[in-house]
Write a protein that binds this ligand. Structure first.
Ligand SMILES: [Fe+2]
Ligand SMILES: [Fe+2]
Length: 267
């Protein structure tokens, strides 16, 4: 089973650029083109689907996703409006159906028709904040959900760890450490797949592996010395997660022209 993860596309309204410089629609279009080349079983969009939760931005997103057809998991991020994402999930061909919500959360509990792991989406969005939140009630529910023993991939927007990039950690996930404690108690979570950080990172703790995806739009600069908010011209990337009986292997695929070549020693 092959799963492509595209994160933080931050789509703007038609014709508008992020900060007047980043064509985020182009980023998502190229990401989807690259994704289709691998004929994945599932595409995960791990949140911040648009930039300002604006209806015109969601219209643009819907246009960009039209015709994707492949199973599509639409996760809410801190820049999103959950109802708008839910509406797009109900009208986009291939988009999977979220669970019925009690308090508006956008969550999923999915097993694809051909089998493979269960994909459990945890909604980390906190109202009116760029930080995330997992309440003790939500953590109890996660504990319960994982107790079925089914092999599970947890998907969510906010990473549950400190990255070392100060300005992003400022917008971190309250309850993240407690979430990792819950997951560590169960032996059935293959990986936690997240976005929000706008760059690739792997966090391993107590046998739990968390992977953050780069953005298809703009990348956060790798500054571990406490500098302020800073982005970089590094290209966007997508992740390819390959599942087999032994586990999951994650690959990073930059979104730029990358011709292949064969070294002389291989001829
Ligand atoms: Fe983002
Ligand atoms: Fe985010």
């Amino acid at each position: 089973m092959l799963v492509v993860q595209i994160s933080d596309p931050h789509i703007y309204a038609h014709g508008q650029l992020m900060e007047g410089r980043v064509d985020t629609a182009r980023g998502l279009t190229v990401a989807l083109e690259q994704a289709r080349r691998f004929a994945p079983d599932l595409i995960i969009l791990s949140g911040d689907l648009v930039n300002d939760a604006d209806p015109a931005q969601y219209e643009h997103l819907a246009d960009l996703l039209a015709g994707t057809e492949l199973p599509l998991l639409l996760v809410a991020g801190n820049h999103d409006d959950r109802d708008a994402v839910r509406a797009i999930a109900s009208t986009t061909s291939g988009a999977l159906t979220p669970l019925p919500s009690v308090h508006g959360e956008l969550e999923y509990d999915i097993v694809l028709p051909d089998g493979g792991p269960r994909f459990l989406v945890v909604d980390t969005v906190r109202a009116d904040s760029h930080s995330g939140l997992l309440t003790s009630e939500r953590l109890d529910a996660l504990d319960q959900q994982l107790s079925t023993g089914a092999q599970t991939v947890v998907v969510q927007h906010h990473p549950p760890f400190i990255s070392g990039i100060d300005f992003m950690d400022h917008y971190g996930l309250e309850g993240g450490a407690e979430e990792l404690d819950v997951i560590a108690r169960h032996r059935n979570v293959l990986a936690v797949l997240t976005g929000h950080l706008h760059r690739y990172a792997v966090h391993i703790r107590s046998g739990v592996t968390v992977i953050t995806s780069p953005s298809s739009a703009a990348q956060v600069a790798l500054d571990l010395s406490g500098g302020g908010t800073s982005y970089t011209e590094e290209p966007g990337s997508i992740l390819l997660h390959r599942f087999d009986d032994a586990g999951v292997t994650s690959h990073v695929m930059p979104l730029r022209d990358s011709d292949t070549w064969r070294p002389s020693w291989a001829s």
